[in-house]
Design a protein around this ligand. Structure first.
Ligand code: MG
Length: 370
């Protein structure tokens, strides 16, 4: 590891002090706790663009998180950063997501408007700080400051003031560790590429449409020239694989140059430097064009819109029913609702998987369901 990497022996520690782990580092312990959490297992049945029952091969939030961890570890290894910390952040980054991806999050945020709003990124921190109930001595997973700092990607100044040490950087406008910066960009690389793959697999996107996206078109042309007789599925895989490789390689190269120029002597110096983990300008532009394409053609495809509209209705109606009559909640949440009001309802809904939310909706509103 390089001097600008976060060193586990210099961690700012955990909210509840614990004896040092045996046979693993502090960040390996964080990673292990995340993998064993309930919220992590639920990621298998939470989706962003495609809902679970639409097909067995689409990404779920679980496979997405594993892909992010893989990409993030590769980048971290090349840059001499702490791979274990990067992995812990990557595996935890989506723990706070509601069912039905962004439609679910937007609907819940709307429902919570008068009660401080709802933001999935903040909720990921809430999951690891408070909501997981597994340990005798504390609520949450009691992760290190560095893992928590990495999970909290963005935050308003108002919210940051209530978050203690992990909120500080949003008030002082400094950056998180390089490990957190890597996990964040690994997330982008993962979803841009797998959404192209899933979009094509589902038939919502076509190869003709993608011909207008430089990053895709360039790599597809390479594949066609080298393997002219390849079947279409393999053309897609090979193209996406090459795109991903280009993005990862560019990110490593450009970040390595920025780090060399800034020459931070410690992880804290790296936090005070301008963002050091970044794509080159040319690749950043191509990646942005791909994002814009996906927004216009996949995330706003009418079939996706229909699913999202259903999702919004489910979340809104569940929220209305539970907050109007907390006696409909499972007993442990009734108790929390007495104490925390609407926030307990939001926690309950946010914790649901897609299929659990659909089932709860039926149980509440269909006369034929128990
Ligand atoms: Mg993500």
């Amino acid at each position: 590891m390089q001097p600008y990497a976060v060193h586990p022996d210099r961690s700012r520690g955990r909210c509840f002090p614990e004896p040092a782990p045996q046979g693993r580092s502090e960040f390996q312990r964080d990673r292990d706790r995340i993998v064993h959490s309930t919220a992590f297992r639920r990621l298998e049945y939470k989706t962003q663009v495609f809902v679970n029952h639409e097909g067995d091969h689409f990404r779920t939030r679980l496979t997405h998180s594993l892909e992010v961890a893989q990409i993030a570890r590769s980048i971290a290894r090349n840059l001499g950063l702490n791979e274990d910390l990067v992995e812990a952040i990557a595996l935890a980054h989506d723990l706070g997501h509601t069912p039905f991806g962004h439609a679910g999050q937007d609907a819940l945020n709307e429902c919570m408007r008068a009660h401080g709003g709802f933001e999935h990124n903040l909720q990921s921190l809430r999951v690891v700080d408070v909501l997981e109930q597994r340990y005798a001595a504390f609520d949450g997973l009691n992760l290190t400051f560095e893992a928590r700092e990495g999970i909290l990607k963005h935050c308003s100044a108002v919210k940051a003031r209530g978050l203690g040490d992990v909120g500080e950087r949003f008030l002082t406008h400094s950056r998180p560790s390089l490990e957190a910066q890597v996990a964040n960009l690994a997330d982008e690389i993962a979803y841009n590429n797998h959404d192209v793959d899933d979009g094509l697999r589902s038939g919502l996107l076509s190869l003709e449409q993608l011909a207008g996206v430089e990053l895709f078109a360039r790599h597809r042309a390479e594949v066609a020239a080298r393997y002219p007789a390849l079947d279409q599925r393999r053309v897609v895989h090979e193209t996406v694989r090459r795109m991903m490789n280009t993005l990862v390689t560019d990110l490593i190269g450009h970040s390595r140059d920025s780090i060399a120029a800034a020459a931070p002597g410690s992880a804290d110096e790296a936090r005070r430097a301008p963002p050091l983990i970044a794509f080159s300008a040319a690749i950043a532009q191509e990646q942005q064009a791909l994002k814009d394409f996906l927004r216009a053609h996949l995330y706003r495809h009418f079939q996706v819109n229909r699913m999202m509209s259903k999702a919004r209705r489910i979340v809104e109606e569940l929220f209305e029913a539970f907050s109007g009559d907390p006696r409909l909640l499972p007993p442990e949440f009734q108790e929390r609702a007495r104490r925390d009001g609407a926030r307990a309802v939001a926690d309950y809904i946010a914790g649901m998987t897609d299929r659990y939310a659909i089932r709860e909706y039926r149980r509440l509103f269909s006369i034929d369901e128990a």
